[in-house]
Design a binder for this molecule. Structure first.
Ligand SMILES: [Fe+2]
Length: 285
């Protein structure tokens, strides 16, 4: 049986998950956050260390560090957790396209190779792997980004930014490589899962001041999602999403985050003085 524990980062509204097979105590960590203070240019590992403390207290052996996609709103702690726990770090195979796009935007040199080699495993649509006795299936769900994955396991699905809670709707599609029509089709692949499948979101922003919420069934989404409930056509969705995206601000951590996340959470190589620097392209986004 799959035991699911989430951890909420209230600065980015991100839900990270520890997933454990209760029979074998094998575990995975999904979408972990590396703390980053943009004003001071400081990273820290408080959130990631809380995950490590949790898995150690529970006696879990972490086999996988999983990413649903290269996040635009926070830095990932993937590389830090891989190194601390000796696990394998995985993301979708189309991360190579994301890396190529952003390599150009950031003007990265030949030392950054856009081949996914910063990760240990690149999953294709339909790939399966095991966490103890629990089978996981990777489902390619592009649209928010070209590389987004949904992980399906044990009667649940971890949808990343494919869907939000029904009262918030769906993720934006206006980042480089995003595509609203593609997101609509990806969402419908998720909504074709059995109706009782429990969907777990990567974000919640508590709209209207309601309490934090992170999961609901496929049925709940089909009945009530404000953007993609049953009856909303692809054309209606694309028109709504395109208009809505025009109004959204650039996420505060977009430019710091993506250059770290396409490195799997590794910082850029240090300059000769030993300091790591982020690059901020001007007037390109
Ligand atoms: Fe995202």
């Amino acid at each position: 049986m799959l035991k699911i524990q989430n951890f909420y980062d209230d600065r980015s509204g991100t839900l990270s998950y520890v997933l454990a097979d209760t029979a074998t105590a094998k575990a995975a960590i999904l979408d972990a956050v590396l703390d980053y203070d943009p004003a001071g240019g400081r990273t820290s590992t408080h959130l990631a260390d809380a995950l490590i403390d949790h898995v150690r207290a529970q006696g879990l052996t972490v086999q996988w560090i999983l990413e649903t996609h290269a996040h635009a709103d926070h830095l990932t702690a993937g590389a830090y957790l891989r190194d601390a726990l000796g696990a394998r770090l995985a993301i979708g195979e189309h991360i190579c396209a994301v890396q190529e796009t952003w390599k150009g935007i950031y003007g990265l040199g030949e030392d950054f190779v856009a081949d996914g080699s910063q990760f240990d495993e690149l999953f294709a649509d339909g790939d399966r792997f095991h966490l103890g006795d629990v089978e996981f299936r990777a489902m390619h769900t592009p649209g928010h980004t070209p590389a987004c994955l949904t992980y399906v396991a044990g009667g649940a699905a971890f949808v990343g930014d494919t869907l939000f809670m029904p009262d918030f709707g769906t993720a934006r599609c206006d980042f480089p490589g995003g595509d609203a029509a593609e997101l609509y089709r990806s969402i419908h692949r998720v909504l074709d899962l059995p109706p009782e499948t429990m969907l777990h979101m990567c974000h919640d922003y508590m709209p209207g001041g309601r309490p934090l919420a992170w999961s609901c069934t496929v049925s709940d989404q089909r009945r009530a999602n404000k953007h993609v409930r049953d009856g909303i056509s692809e054309a209606e969705f694309v028109a709504m999403r395109t208009e809505r995206d025009k109004e959204l601000d650039v996420p505060a951590l977009l430019l710091p985050a993506v250059q770290v996340n396409i490195r799997a959470g590794g910082l850029p190589p240090p300059d000769p003085n030993g300091t790591c620097y982020l690059r901020i392209p001007l007037d390109t986004i």
